[in-house]
Write a protein that binds this ligand. Structure first.
Ligand code: PMP
Length: 366
């Protein structure tokens, strides 16, 4: 089976697994145990990893806090009182905590999923505390203008948070105008259940859990050292491989795009052609049920809408928010290319899609 769901998660790179292994067995100490070499060794690995993660983003190690992943990072970043501005196509782990305070403006992006700095400007109020806009969308791949949005927020004295989960290790990111950023290692060929929150020096956040005091009190609980080591190792690999892979995946993606639109009746692409995650394609097939189509495409692991919300039936809330009609949204699949995928696999997908769409249309008509 060919895996085409790299936005949901990625396989852990074997080099990452090798880097992690000694920290389960030989170097198993608790990094808080400063009284003996076992603890000191774990603490050194933790701090070395923090330096590596910080270096990837060009920030200070003191600004990197390890968490259980982007869900937790988003929840910590949005754990504040006051007016919050975010968009309707953010991940649920941003929208849910934003809505909890009951003082949120949800912006509607344009037809390609872009949120503009002008929209943010119009929504800013005297009591606005934070703006949260993702770097990249996990369903339609849209890369948001976070540099401009961050600059505007800074000018207005409002905190800017960005959920960078889908973008880290895929496209270059500049944290210059960002105050808070969330990420998860498993989206970049690292392990699951580990991530980070970048907190710019001087920015105050309120922890969710208290008691242990780890991560300078921001995230209590014994740190998962093997996972942290894996996260840092995965980022190092991404720093080396990201640029070439982006070119390669963009070429495969655009070929898929052109062929599907040209060769499959009623196929249309959701999201932008440029300013898009290299490995992302989202296609609607007119009159087709995406679940049936995915079942028919036996050789491929694909998603309809976001894996995080599958289980929810009904049209994708991201597609609905950008104005895709219900029928087209119900007939949409997400293709998430990753480093193992080849042009030959993409060609196989086009063949299978052509056949399956034609067959499903015949069944529907009959
Ligand atoms: N934000 C975005 C944009 C995501 O795609 C995801 C994962 N689908 C998350 C946050 C949550 O990440 P995790 O499940 O690793 O906490």
């Amino acid at each position: 089976m060919i895996y085409l769901d790299h936005h949901a998660t990625t396989p852990c790179d074997s080099r990452v697994v090798s880097a992690m292994l000694p920290y389960f067995t030989e170097h198993f100490g608790n990094p808080a145990s400063v009284t003996h070499p076992f603890g000191k060794r774990a603490a050194a690995a933790l701090e070395d990893s923090r330096i590596d993660v910080a270096r990837f983003f060009g920030v200070s190690p003191s600004e990197i806090f390890f968490t259980a992943g982007a869900t937790e990072s988003n929840n910590i970043a949005l754990n504040l009182a006051g007016h919050i501005i975010t968009s309707a196509i953010e991940h649920r782990s941003v929208i849910a905590p934003a809505e909890r305070g009951g003082n949120v403006t949800l912006l509607t992006p344009d037809r390609q999923g872009f949120v503009s700095p002008e929209q943010i400007r119009d929504a800013l109020r005297d009591d606005t505390k934070l703006v949260s806009i993702e770097a990249a969308n996990g369903e339609i791949g849209t890369l948001q203008p976070i540099g401009e949005i961050g600059a505007l927020c800074r000018e207005r004295g409002v905190l800017f948070h960005s959920d960078m989960t889908q973008a880290v290790g895929k496209v270059p990111l500049d944290l210059t105008n960002v105050d808070l950023a969330s990420m998860s290692a498993h989206k970049l060929y690292g392990p699951k259940g580990i991530g980070a929150l970048f907190v710019r020096r001087g920015v105050h956040v309120t922890p969710l859990a208290v008691g242990g005091g780890q991560e300078k009190g921001l995230r209590s609980g014994t740190v998962n050292v093997p996972a942290v080591v894996g996260f840092a190792a995965a980022l190092k690999i991404r720093a080396e491989e990201m640029a070439d892979e982006a070119v390669r995946l963009t070429a495969i993606r655009n070929e898929l795009w052109d062929r599907l639109v040209a060769e499959v009746d009623g196929a249309s692409v959701n999201g932008p052609r440029d300013l898009r995650l290299p490995g992302n394609l989202n296609v609607s097939f007119d009159g087709i049920d995406a679940e049936a189509l995915i079942l028919a495409l036996r050789r491929f692991a694909l998603s309809s809408g976001s894996a995080c919300s599958s289980g929810e039936r009904g049209p994708s809330r991201v597609l609905t928010a950008i104005g895709v009609g219900e029928a087209a949204a119900m007939g949409s699949i997400r293709i998430g290319l990753g480093k193992s995928n080849t042009p030959g696999e993409a060609a196989m997908l086009v063949d299978d899609l052509k056949r399956s769409v034609a067959r499903l249309r015949r069944i529907t008509v009959a």
